[in-house]
Design a protein around this ligand. Structure first.
Ligand code: PHE
Ligand code: NA
Length: 458
């Protein structure tokens, strides 16, 4: 069976590289950029953390993304089965296809808390539109957010709505509709980030926000922080869990993977940096908000901006609509690999697969809901439940899967197969990429992982 034939049966075939870019961007750009990047940068002291994060994107994330797209295109099946096929093709036995399993599990675990946070964004659409934040001070915004967190029923309600939205799309088959979301709504999100940036420049402490993000303050950085930056590079690019591999299955035979990945990586990074540049000037202009405030950072700082700008009612509600859409297209890619696996191998139909997997992610998500209120004091290895899930997925599972992928592509796949899959790249680009994937990425991930985990618990 040729790769193209394998692909057609299950997924249909996408017209162009452009469609892949849209799906991959839809997956990549999400809560990771707008919610998570600013708050973990804030917790880790800014500057040096941001630099390490950018290096991880460039030297580890994007090269591994090339590897994942390539594996997905060659495998042309759900990640678990693709890895099984590729393992056999490389003449290997043993546990290599477990890469697929690890990834699919990580996806569901991420989805469990992703839906909870996306639920906050959903809730904020209505709060923005109804004028709750009009003229709000940072203290008031903090109180309103605190009240939301203290109310498990409210959180569960919005978490459930988001989960239903997600599986509704996946039940319908993912490729339809995703294009519209990315082509029209993502640019709108970008424009609204510019509006926010304008407000921050005018009314926030832009100089301090800027220097917080971009001046190299190495004292603030720890090995635990470096691991968090590395993990976030995987998280934000949707790597290490099969999402990009699954979409790679739609990539046309002759399309340059290298520049495609570059486009996605640059877009994703741009959105994250813009979110950071919009948020921190507001943080520094309001002593009631700490840079290290944690997961609530954007939900307290941005309402202050929207509540005090002209047209804030409209911009604010639209902004949270767009954040929800961005989260939505990411959530779809978190569940799709697992759904595809159940359909391909276990003869599930789409509906049952979605209900089962969405149900599991929803139940696990309840743990994260409760970790913001009733279970606030409960600790697992020093973390609350949400933090534990986040650490386990972002800082452990995604980097390890990424490491295995780099080793698989760099050392185990036949070099001529790899070269043939990437035959449209120039010799220089290919050699540089191969060197990075063979030596630099695995070494970096291994060192950062071992030191980071050790220091996190030491
Ligand atoms: N990349 C998404 C974000 O930044 C999250 C995600 C992670 C999606 C892993 C799919 C896979 O929000
Ligand atoms: Na992202």
């Amino acid at each position: 069976l040729s790769a193209a034939t394998r692909g057609r049966g299950l997924h249909g075939s996408w017209a162009s590289r452009w469609t892949f870019i849209m799906a991959a961007t839809g997956s990549a750009v999400g809560l990771g950029n707008i919610w998570k990047f600013p708050y973990i940068a804030g917790e880790n002291g800014g500057g040096a953390f941001v630099l390490v994060y950018l290096l991880c994107i460039l030297l580890v994330g994007m090269p591994i993304m090339v590897a994942e797209v390539m594996l997905g295109r060659r495998g042309r099946q759900s990640p678990i089965n693709a890895m099984r096929f590729l393992t056999e093709e490389a003449g290997l036995h043993g546990a290599w296809h477990a890469i697929g399993w690890l990834g699919v599990t990580a996806g569901l675990m991420i989805l469990s808390y992703y839906a909870v946070i996306a639920g906050w964004a959903l809730y904020y659409i209505g709060e923005m539109a109804s004028g709750t934040f009009l003229g709000a001070s940072a203290e008031q915004a903090g109180e309103i957010f605190g009240e939301l967190l203290a109310d498990p029923q409210e959180l569960i309600f919005w978490q459930s709505i988001f989960m239903v939205l997600t599986i509704a799309v996946v039940i319908g088959g993912v490729t339809r509709g995703l294009g519209v979301a990315v082509r029209i709504l993502m640019p709108m999100l970008f424009v609204l980030l510019l509006v926010l940036l304008g407000f921050s420049i005018q009314r926030g402490d832009f100089a301090q926000g800027f220097s917080f993000l971009f001046s190299f303050n190495a004292e603030a950085l720890t090995w635990a922080g470096v691991l968090e930056a590395l993990g976030h590079a995987f998280f934000t690019l949707s790597l290490g869990m099969g999402a990009i591999m699954a979409y790679g299955a739609y990539m046309p035979e002759h399309a340059r993977i290298g520049r495609t990945v570059l486009a996605v990586g640059v877009l994703d990074t741009l959105v994250a940096l813009m979110a950071g540049l919009a948020i921190f000037p507001i943080v520094f202009a309001n002593p009631a908000i700490e840079p290290g405030a944690g997961p609530g950072l954007m939900f307290v700082s941005l309402p202050v901006a929207f509540g005090n700008m002209t047209g804030g009612l409209l911009f604010g509600s639209l902004f949270f609509v767009l954040v929800t859409v961005a989260a939505w297209s990411s959530a779809i890619s978190l569940i799709e690999p697992a759904v595809a696996y159940l359909i391909e191998t276990k003869r599930f139909n789409r509906l049952t697969a979605n209900l089962l997997l969405g149900g599991i992610a929803w139940v696990v998500g309840l743990g994260s809901v409760l970790s913001f209120n009733v279970w606030e004091e409960k600790r697992l290895a020093g973390f609350n439940f949400f933090e534990f899930m986040d650490f386990l997925t972002s800082s452990v599972m995604l980097p390890l899967t990424g490491l295995f992928i780099a080793l698989f592509v760099g050392w185990l796949m036949r070099p001529d197969t790899v070269r043939r899959e990437l035959e449209d790249e120039t010799h220089a680009v290919f050699s540089a990429w191969r060197w990075v994937v063979r030596y630099l990425s695995p070494f970096a991930v291994l060192v950062v992982f071992v030191l980071g985990v050790y220091k996190t618990f030491a």
